[in-house]
Structure formats: structure tokens, C-alpha cells
Ligand binder design. Structure first.
Ligand SMILES: C[S@@+](CC[C@H](N)C(=O)[O-])C[C@H]1O[C@@H](n2cnc3c(N)ncnc32)[C@H](O)[C@@H]1O
Length: 348
């Protein structure tokens, strides 16, 4: 088996492939790297890698940004996939792509880092990506603004709320110093866990939701909880150091759930807990077309990988199945708990 130099190390002055492996960096065979370099060595494919470097994108995102037909983009994606540069995640009729976790992904990152972001074509792609992100954001905000009043009834599409809340109470810590509820909506989670925390902050992007949330907190006498406007993907400094972070029925609305999990994990105090409650994988496409869902549920493998990528570990999971009615597909809800790493010994 031949060895190849690690790209980043070579650019920085040269260290052999063995060093790369010793340092825990991925290394690939001569064949694999030649294939990957050939696949990356083309304008559109390099632009695709640059767009995937910031997170997962759907084929539609890429066709919109690159202004090329879907068959052309799909052909490029196929080549990048075969070369191990990217990974695909299928969800119903949609597919999402991201840089791979292996040597191909590391190679793609090394190439993208060397792309000049001021290059006119790259700069235009990135500005279209920003515009697309803003459009997704507006779409979700408009949906929630329209549905703020009815949200609690939309929840009844899935397993019984009481059952889910019992599972949450069972899995959540008994005593919480600071709880942060991401995508708090009508603040139901703050109400459910109101007896457990000293202090809580609920964040949501929708002003309408926050109006309902404030009314609920006031009615429940939860003066030690506050709600604020905020974006899950750009959390304010004041919520850092939380020992319990909740994401209840939020992740499936996000274009880049992995980034949201990363951001959520980043505000946890050492040893703190992130709880994610969301749908398990399903095939109800109408939730995407009629209810702004971007993801059709999540598997334990996906959630566990995202938590691990953010430096934590999955510590528990539960599944609340929905009773089937009239033979129609119903939604099962998964509950996942992740823990941030503890402070290394001697540093506490
Ligand atoms: C389905 S509701 C769930 C609300 C609440 N967690 C619950 O279960 O009752 C999803 C909430 O996520 C919020 N949301 C979606 N994307 C967000 C983002 N990027 N930043 C902050 N909030 C977001 C929406 O405004 C909405 O209130």
C-alpha cells in the first residue's frame, strides 16, 4: 500500500503521510487521492465543494446558486460522491449533501481553504448562498407568524403530548441552574420544566411566538424564565454556560440541523446536557410542502454523530411511538440526550 503526504502538512512545509496518520488525520491510498483530485479539479465541482464547506445543501439549493440545470448538478454530485469527497443523506424525495467525514472531506476542506473568497465567481456564489439562507429564514418566519395561534394544535399530529412530556421529565436533570430552550415557540417546555430550573431563557426568531410565550409564562407564574428574540444558529453570549439546553420540535425546520446542534452544544457548561426531541424518520412529504419542514425526521445515528462532532456524547435515547389510526402513517417522536465533555482533570 502506498502512502501519500497530508495536504495541509505538505503546504506548511512538509511532513510525511505517516505523521499525518499518527496525528489522527485521515490518509488515503494513492488511487483514492488521484480519483479525488481529478473529481475536484473542475470549476463547477470546486464551487460545489466551496458551497458545501459551510454545511449541508440540497440539490435545489445548489441549482439555485449555481444557476445550472438539475441533471448537470446531479452529475457533478455523483462524481464527487464516487470520489469520496462528499456524503449524501437521503430524505424522502430530497437529498442533502455535505463534505465527507473521511480523507476526501479533509482534502476538500484543504482545497476550499485555499480558494480566494474575493474571486468574482466564488464571491458571487457565497453572496447567493447568503441570499438563499435569508430566503429560507423568511419562509420559516412567515410560516410561524401565520401559525403562531394554532401551533399547539399542530403538535397533535404526533404521539400524545402528555406521554412525550412524561418522557422528557423522566430524562431531564432534577436540578438545573440555567436552562436554555432553543426555538421556544409558545414556551411550553419552559412551563413543563418550570419547577426544575433556577433560571431559564427561551429563544425564538418569531415575535408572534414570543407574544404567546410571554403570556404563557406570566399565566404560569414563571417569573424566573424569560423569552427573547434570537437565532438558533447565532446564539447570544448571555446563554453561554447553560447546564441544560432543550431543542423540542425545532430541528426539522432547519436547513442545517448539524450546525444547530453544534451551536447548542457550544453553549453548554462542561458536563451539561443537550436534549433533542423531534420526529423519527418518516415519509410524510406534505409536512415539507405544507408545513415548512425541511427534514423528515432524524435517526439516532445522525443525532449521535452530530453530538460527537460537537465534542460531546450521546448518553441516552427514547422513542415514543404514535398509535396508528385508520392505517395512516403517524409520527413517532425520538428523545435524545447528549452530554458536553467534562472539564479535564486538573483544570477544574
Ligand atoms: C414547532 S415550533 C416548536 C416550539 C417549541 N419548542 C415547542 O415544542 O412547543 C418551532 C419553533 O422554532 C422556531 N425557530 C425555527 N427556526 C428558528 C431559528 N433559526 N432560530 C430561532 N427559532 C427558530 C420557530 O419560530 C418556532 O417557534
Amino acid at each position: 500500500m502506498s502512502t501519500v503526504p497530508d495536504l495541509a502538512a505538505t503546504a506548511a512545509g512538509g511532513s510525511p503521510a505517516g505523521d499525518a496518520r499518527e496525528a489522527g488525520k485521515p490518509a488515503g491510498s494513492l488511487n483514492a487521492l488521484t480519483l479525488a483530485l481529478k473529481a475536484a479539479g473542475e470549476d463547477t465541482r470546486l464551487r460545489i465543494l466551496s458551497l458545501l464547506a459551510g454545511g449541508e445543501r440540497s440539490v435545489k439549493d445548489l441549482t439555485d446558486i449555481l444557476n445550472q440545470s438539475q441533471p448537470r448538478i446531479s452529475r457533478h454530485l455523483k462524481l464527487l460522491l464516487e470520489a469520496g469527497l462528499i456524503d449524501r443523506h437521503r430524505e424522502g424525495t430530497w437529498a442533502f449533501f455535505r463534505l465527507s467525514e473521511g480523507v476526501g472531506g479533509a482534502l476538500a476542506r484543504a482545497l476550499v481553504e485555499r480558494l480566494d473568497s474575493a474571486d468574482p465567481i466564488i464571491a458571487r456564489d457565497l453572496s447567493r448562498l447568503d441570499a438563499l439562507r435569508a430566503a429560507h429564514h423568511d419562509e420559516a418566519s412567515a410560516y410561524f407568524a401565520r401559525n403562531a395561534a394554532e401551533w399547539d394544535s399542530i403538535r397533535s399530529l404526533h404521539a400524545d403530548d402528555g406521554e412525550i412530556e412524561d418522557a422528557i421529565l423522566k430524562a431531564a436533570p432534577q436540578a438545573i441552574n440555567l436552562m436554555v430552550d432553543l426555538g421556544t415557540g409558545t414556551a411550553r417546555m419552559l412551563e413543563v420544566l418550570g419547577g426544575r430550573f433556577q433560571r431559564a431563557v427561551g429563544l425564538d426568531q418569531s415575535q408572534d411566538m414570543l407574544t404567546y410565550a410571554r403570556t404563557r409564562l406570566e399565566r404560569a407564574g414563571l417569573s424566573h424564565a424569560q423569552v427573547r428574540r434570537g437565532d438558533i444558529l447565532d446564539l447570544p453570549a448571555e446563554v453561554r454556560g447553560a447546564d441544560f439546553v432543550m431543542m423540542h420540535q425545532v430541528l426539522h425546520f432547519l436547513a442545517d440541523p448539524a450546525a444547530a446542534v453544534r451551536e447548542a452544544m457550544s453553549i453548554l457548561a462542561p458536563g451539561g446536557t443537550l436534549m433533542i426531541v423531534d420526529f423519527e424518520p418518516h415519509a410524510l412529504e406534505f409536512l415539507r410542502t405544507e408545513h415548512a419542514h425541511r427534514r423528515l425526521g432524524f435517526s439516532t445515528t445522525q443525532i449521535s454523530a452530530w453530538i460527537a462532532e460537537a465534542g460531546g456524547s450521546l448518553t441516552g435515547s427514547d422513542s415514543i411511538a404514535a398509535p396508528s389510526a385508520d392505517g395512516r402513517e403517524r409520527l413517532s417522536v425520538g428523545l435524545w440526550a447528549g452530554q458536553a465533555a467534562s472539564v479535564p482533570e486538573g483544570r477544574a
